[in-house]
Design a protein around this ligand. Structure first.
Ligand code: HEC
Ligand code: HEC
Length: 208
Protein backbone atom coordinates (compact mmCIF):
# COMPACT_ATOMS: atom_id res chain seq x y z
CA UNK A 1 0.00 0.00 0.00
CA UNK A 2 2.84 2.38 0.89
CA UNK A 3 4.65 1.39 -2.27
CA UNK A 4 1.48 1.97 -4.29
CA UNK A 5 1.03 5.39 -2.69
CA UNK A 6 4.63 6.31 -3.52
CA UNK A 7 4.17 5.19 -7.11
CA UNK A 8 1.05 7.35 -7.46
CA UNK A 9 2.96 10.34 -6.11
CA UNK A 10 5.76 9.50 -8.49
CA UNK A 11 3.56 9.31 -11.56
CA UNK A 12 2.14 12.72 -10.73
CA UNK A 13 5.58 14.14 -10.12
CA UNK A 14 7.01 12.72 -13.32
CA UNK A 15 4.35 14.41 -15.40
CA UNK A 16 4.76 17.57 -13.39
CA UNK A 17 8.55 17.57 -13.53
CA UNK A 18 8.57 17.15 -17.32
CA UNK A 19 6.40 20.25 -17.57
CA UNK A 20 8.58 22.15 -15.10
CA UNK A 21 11.81 21.13 -16.80
CA UNK A 22 10.46 22.09 -20.21
CA UNK A 23 9.36 25.47 -18.82
CA UNK A 24 12.61 26.20 -17.08
CA UNK A 25 14.94 24.95 -19.80
CA UNK A 26 15.66 28.44 -21.05
CA UNK A 27 16.25 29.89 -17.56
CA UNK A 28 19.98 30.54 -17.20
CA UNK A 29 20.51 30.67 -13.42
CA UNK A 30 21.27 27.14 -12.16
CA UNK A 31 20.56 27.89 -8.48
CA UNK A 32 17.18 29.49 -9.26
CA UNK A 33 16.37 26.49 -11.40
CA UNK A 34 17.47 24.12 -8.61
CA UNK A 35 15.22 26.00 -6.18
CA UNK A 36 12.29 25.49 -8.54
CA UNK A 37 12.98 21.76 -8.98
CA UNK A 38 13.30 21.33 -5.20
CA UNK A 39 9.97 23.01 -4.52
CA UNK A 40 8.10 21.21 -7.26
CA UNK A 41 9.69 17.76 -7.13
CA UNK A 42 12.17 16.88 -4.34
CA UNK A 43 10.41 18.61 -1.42
CA UNK A 44 7.48 16.18 -1.41
CA UNK A 45 9.75 13.41 -0.11
CA UNK A 46 13.02 14.97 1.09
CA UNK A 47 11.63 18.22 2.55
CA UNK A 48 12.26 21.68 1.06
CA UNK A 49 15.37 22.04 3.26
CA UNK A 50 16.50 18.44 2.81
CA UNK A 51 15.19 17.32 6.21
CA UNK A 52 12.69 14.61 5.32
CA UNK A 53 10.24 13.68 8.04
CA UNK A 54 9.83 10.02 7.05
CA UNK A 55 12.49 7.35 7.57
CA UNK A 56 11.70 5.99 4.09
CA UNK A 57 13.36 9.06 2.56
CA UNK A 58 16.94 10.03 3.39
CA UNK A 59 17.78 13.46 4.77
CA UNK A 60 19.89 15.27 2.18
CA UNK A 61 20.65 18.40 4.26
CA UNK A 62 24.35 18.88 4.92
CA UNK A 63 25.35 15.89 2.78
CA UNK A 64 28.55 16.42 0.76
CA UNK A 65 27.77 17.89 -2.65
CA UNK A 66 30.08 15.44 -4.45
CA UNK A 67 28.28 12.47 -2.87
CA UNK A 68 24.81 13.81 -3.77
CA UNK A 69 25.93 14.49 -7.33
CA UNK A 70 27.46 11.02 -7.59
CA UNK A 71 24.28 9.32 -6.34
CA UNK A 72 22.11 11.31 -8.78
CA UNK A 73 24.31 10.29 -11.73
CA UNK A 74 24.17 6.66 -10.54
CA UNK A 75 20.36 6.81 -10.27
CA UNK A 76 20.23 8.32 -13.76
CA UNK A 77 22.48 5.64 -15.28
CA UNK A 78 20.74 2.86 -13.32
CA UNK A 79 23.95 1.87 -11.46
CA UNK A 80 21.98 2.48 -8.22
CA UNK A 81 18.49 1.05 -8.40
CA UNK A 82 15.41 2.72 -6.94
CA UNK A 83 12.11 2.69 -8.83
CA UNK A 84 11.39 6.18 -7.54
CA UNK A 85 14.79 7.86 -7.94
CA UNK A 86 15.67 6.25 -11.30
CA UNK A 87 12.64 7.92 -12.88
CA UNK A 88 13.24 11.29 -11.24
CA UNK A 89 16.98 11.42 -12.02
CA UNK A 90 16.31 10.58 -15.66
CA UNK A 91 14.67 14.01 -16.05
CA UNK A 92 17.67 15.93 -14.62
CA UNK A 93 20.52 17.43 -16.64
CA UNK A 94 24.13 17.36 -15.46
CA UNK A 95 23.87 21.06 -14.53
CA UNK A 96 20.67 20.37 -12.56
CA UNK A 97 22.37 17.59 -10.60
CA UNK A 98 25.30 19.85 -9.69
CA UNK A 99 22.97 22.68 -8.67
CA UNK A 100 20.72 20.36 -6.60
CA UNK A 101 23.79 18.88 -4.90
CA UNK A 102 25.02 22.38 -3.99
CA UNK A 103 21.58 23.35 -2.74
CA UNK A 104 21.07 20.39 -0.40
CA UNK A 105 24.65 20.33 0.87
CA UNK A 106 24.33 23.94 2.00
CA UNK A 107 21.26 23.19 4.18
CA UNK A 108 21.62 22.28 7.88
CA UNK A 109 20.65 18.81 9.02
CA UNK A 110 18.11 18.68 11.85
CA UNK A 111 19.10 16.65 14.92
CA UNK A 112 17.80 13.11 15.36
CA UNK A 113 17.88 10.64 18.23
CA UNK A 114 18.21 6.90 18.68
CA UNK A 115 15.03 5.65 20.33
CA UNK A 116 16.25 2.55 22.15
CA UNK A 117 19.06 3.23 24.69
CA UNK A 118 20.19 -0.42 24.80
CA UNK A 119 20.55 -0.57 21.02
CA UNK A 120 22.23 2.85 20.98
CA UNK A 121 24.89 1.56 23.40
CA UNK A 122 25.48 -1.61 21.35
CA UNK A 123 25.56 0.49 18.20
CA UNK A 124 28.16 2.83 19.64
CA UNK A 125 30.46 -0.14 20.19
CA UNK A 126 30.13 -1.22 16.54
CA UNK A 127 30.48 2.32 15.22
CA UNK A 128 33.63 3.02 17.22
CA UNK A 129 35.31 -0.39 17.38
CA UNK A 130 33.65 -2.69 14.82
CA UNK A 131 33.35 -6.42 15.46
CA UNK A 132 36.74 -8.08 15.41
CA UNK A 133 35.23 -11.58 15.45
CA UNK A 134 33.47 -11.16 12.11
CA UNK A 135 35.80 -8.59 10.57
CA UNK A 136 33.38 -5.64 10.64
CA UNK A 137 35.57 -2.50 10.71
CA UNK A 138 34.78 0.56 12.83
CA UNK A 139 32.40 2.77 10.85
CA UNK A 140 34.22 5.74 12.36
CA UNK A 141 37.30 4.96 10.27
CA UNK A 142 35.60 6.21 7.12
CA UNK A 143 32.49 8.08 8.29
CA UNK A 144 34.34 10.03 10.99
CA UNK A 145 33.97 10.13 14.80
CA UNK A 146 30.93 12.41 14.57
CA UNK A 147 29.45 10.84 11.45
CA UNK A 148 30.21 13.85 9.26
CA UNK A 149 32.04 11.70 6.69
CA UNK A 150 35.12 12.70 4.71
CA UNK A 151 34.54 14.48 1.40
CA UNK A 152 34.51 13.49 -1.32
CA UNK A 153 34.35 9.72 -0.96
CA UNK A 154 32.80 9.01 2.43
CA UNK A 155 29.28 10.36 2.96
CA UNK A 156 27.92 11.97 6.09
CA UNK A 157 25.69 9.49 7.91
CA UNK A 158 25.34 11.17 11.37
CA UNK A 159 21.73 12.11 12.25
CA UNK A 160 20.31 10.19 9.30
CA UNK A 161 17.02 8.33 9.86
CA UNK A 162 17.66 4.89 11.41
CA UNK A 163 15.09 3.28 9.11
CA UNK A 164 16.91 4.54 6.00
CA UNK A 165 20.33 3.44 7.36
CA UNK A 166 19.02 -0.09 8.00
CA UNK A 167 17.49 -0.25 4.51
CA UNK A 168 20.82 0.71 2.92
CA UNK A 169 22.85 -1.76 5.01
CA UNK A 170 20.44 -4.52 3.94
CA UNK A 171 20.61 -3.42 0.31
CA UNK A 172 24.43 -3.44 0.41
CA UNK A 173 24.50 -6.86 2.10
CA UNK A 174 22.31 -8.48 -0.59
CA UNK A 175 24.07 -6.58 -3.38
CA UNK A 176 20.84 -4.84 -4.37
CA UNK A 177 22.80 -1.60 -3.88
CA UNK A 178 26.07 -2.14 -5.71
CA UNK A 179 27.40 1.33 -6.54
CA UNK A 180 29.90 1.58 -3.67
CA UNK A 181 33.52 1.98 -4.82
CA UNK A 182 35.64 -1.17 -4.37
CA UNK A 183 32.64 -3.00 -2.83
CA UNK A 184 33.56 -1.28 0.44
CA UNK A 185 30.05 -1.22 1.90
CA UNK A 186 28.93 -4.51 0.33
CA UNK A 187 31.82 -6.27 2.03
CA UNK A 188 31.16 -4.63 5.42
CA UNK A 189 27.36 -5.04 5.43
CA UNK A 190 27.54 -8.69 4.39
CA UNK A 191 29.47 -9.38 7.61
CA UNK A 192 26.82 -7.78 9.82
CA UNK A 193 23.85 -9.45 11.50
CA UNK A 194 20.39 -7.89 11.35
CA UNK A 195 20.69 -7.05 15.05
CA UNK A 196 23.98 -5.23 14.47
CA UNK A 197 22.44 -3.24 11.60
CA UNK A 198 19.54 -2.19 13.83
CA UNK A 199 21.85 -1.25 16.70
CA UNK A 200 24.36 0.78 14.70
CA UNK A 201 21.52 2.63 12.92
CA UNK A 202 19.98 3.64 16.27
CA UNK A 203 23.36 5.06 17.31
CA UNK A 204 23.93 6.86 13.98
CA UNK A 205 20.47 8.52 14.13
CA UNK A 206 21.60 10.61 17.12
CA UNK A 207 25.30 10.97 16.22
CA UNK A 208 26.67 14.48 15.74
C1 HEC B 1 8.51 10.20 -4.34
C2 HEC B 1 9.55 10.41 -3.35
C3 HEC B 1 10.87 11.05 -3.80
C4 HEC B 1 11.05 12.22 -4.51
C5 HEC B 1 9.99 13.15 -5.09
C6 HEC B 1 12.49 12.41 -4.59
N1 HEC B 1 13.15 11.40 -3.95
FE1 HEC B 1 15.15 11.21 -3.73
N2 HEC B 1 14.91 9.44 -2.76
C7 HEC B 1 13.70 8.83 -2.53
C8 HEC B 1 13.91 7.51 -1.95
C9 HEC B 1 12.86 6.49 -1.56
C10 HEC B 1 15.32 7.36 -1.82
C11 HEC B 1 16.09 6.15 -1.28
C12 HEC B 1 16.37 5.20 -2.42
C13 HEC B 1 16.99 3.90 -1.95
O1 HEC B 1 16.38 3.23 -1.12
O2 HEC B 1 18.09 3.59 -2.39
C14 HEC B 1 15.91 8.59 -2.34
C15 HEC B 1 17.27 8.82 -2.38
C16 HEC B 1 17.84 9.99 -2.85
C17 HEC B 1 19.26 10.29 -2.83
C18 HEC B 1 20.35 9.41 -2.24
C19 HEC B 1 20.68 9.89 -0.84
C20 HEC B 1 21.74 9.11 -0.12
O3 HEC B 1 21.96 9.42 1.06
O4 HEC B 1 22.35 8.21 -0.71
C21 HEC B 1 19.43 11.52 -3.40
C22 HEC B 1 20.74 12.27 -3.59
C23 HEC B 1 18.11 12.00 -3.78
N3 HEC B 1 17.17 11.06 -3.44
C24 HEC B 1 17.88 13.22 -4.38
C25 HEC B 1 16.63 13.66 -4.81
C26 HEC B 1 16.41 14.88 -5.54
C27 HEC B 1 17.50 15.87 -5.92
C28 HEC B 1 15.07 14.96 -5.81
C29 HEC B 1 14.33 16.01 -6.63
C30 HEC B 1 14.81 16.18 -8.00
C31 HEC B 1 14.45 13.76 -5.23
N4 HEC B 1 15.43 13.00 -4.63
C32 HEC B 1 13.10 13.49 -5.25
C33 HEC B 1 12.44 9.37 -2.77
C34 HEC B 1 12.20 10.54 -3.47
C1 HEC C 1 36.40 1.53 4.40
C2 HEC C 1 35.54 2.69 4.50
C3 HEC C 1 34.16 2.49 5.10
C4 HEC C 1 33.84 1.94 6.34
C5 HEC C 1 34.78 1.34 7.37
C6 HEC C 1 32.40 2.06 6.47
N1 HEC C 1 31.87 2.68 5.36
FE1 HEC C 1 29.91 3.11 5.01
N2 HEC C 1 30.37 3.91 3.20
C7 HEC C 1 31.63 3.95 2.64
C8 HEC C 1 31.54 4.53 1.32
C9 HEC C 1 32.70 4.75 0.36
C10 HEC C 1 30.17 4.83 1.10
C11 HEC C 1 29.57 5.49 -0.15
C12 HEC C 1 29.13 4.47 -1.16
C13 HEC C 1 28.70 5.16 -2.46
O1 HEC C 1 29.44 6.03 -2.96
O2 HEC C 1 27.62 4.81 -2.95
C14 HEC C 1 29.47 4.42 2.30
C15 HEC C 1 28.09 4.53 2.46
C16 HEC C 1 27.42 4.14 3.59
C17 HEC C 1 25.98 4.26 3.76
C18 HEC C 1 24.99 4.84 2.77
C19 HEC C 1 24.74 6.29 3.11
C20 HEC C 1 23.63 6.90 2.33
O3 HEC C 1 23.38 8.10 2.55
O4 HEC C 1 22.98 6.22 1.53
C21 HEC C 1 25.69 3.76 5.01
C22 HEC C 1 24.33 3.68 5.65
C23 HEC C 1 26.93 3.33 5.60
N3 HEC C 1 27.96 3.57 4.71
C24 HEC C 1 27.03 2.80 6.87
C25 HEC C 1 28.22 2.30 7.42
C26 HEC C 1 28.28 1.62 8.70
C27 HEC C 1 27.11 1.39 9.62
C28 HEC C 1 29.58 1.25 8.89
C29 HEC C 1 30.18 0.46 10.04
C30 HEC C 1 29.60 -0.82 10.33
C31 HEC C 1 30.33 1.73 7.72
N4 HEC C 1 29.46 2.35 6.86
C32 HEC C 1 31.69 1.59 7.55
C33 HEC C 1 32.80 3.54 3.25
C34 HEC C 1 32.91 2.94 4.50
Amino acid sequence: MRQFGAMMVLTGLMVFSRVVLADASSAGDPSARAGQIVTQVCAACHGADGNSTSGMYPKLAGQHAAYIYHQLTDFKSGRRKSPIMNGIASTLSDADMHALADYFSSQSIKPGTGKDPVLVAQGEQIYRAGDKGTGVPACMACHGPTGEGIPTEFPRIGEQHAEYIVSQLKAFSTGERANDPNKMMRDIASRMTDAQMQAVSQYIAGLH
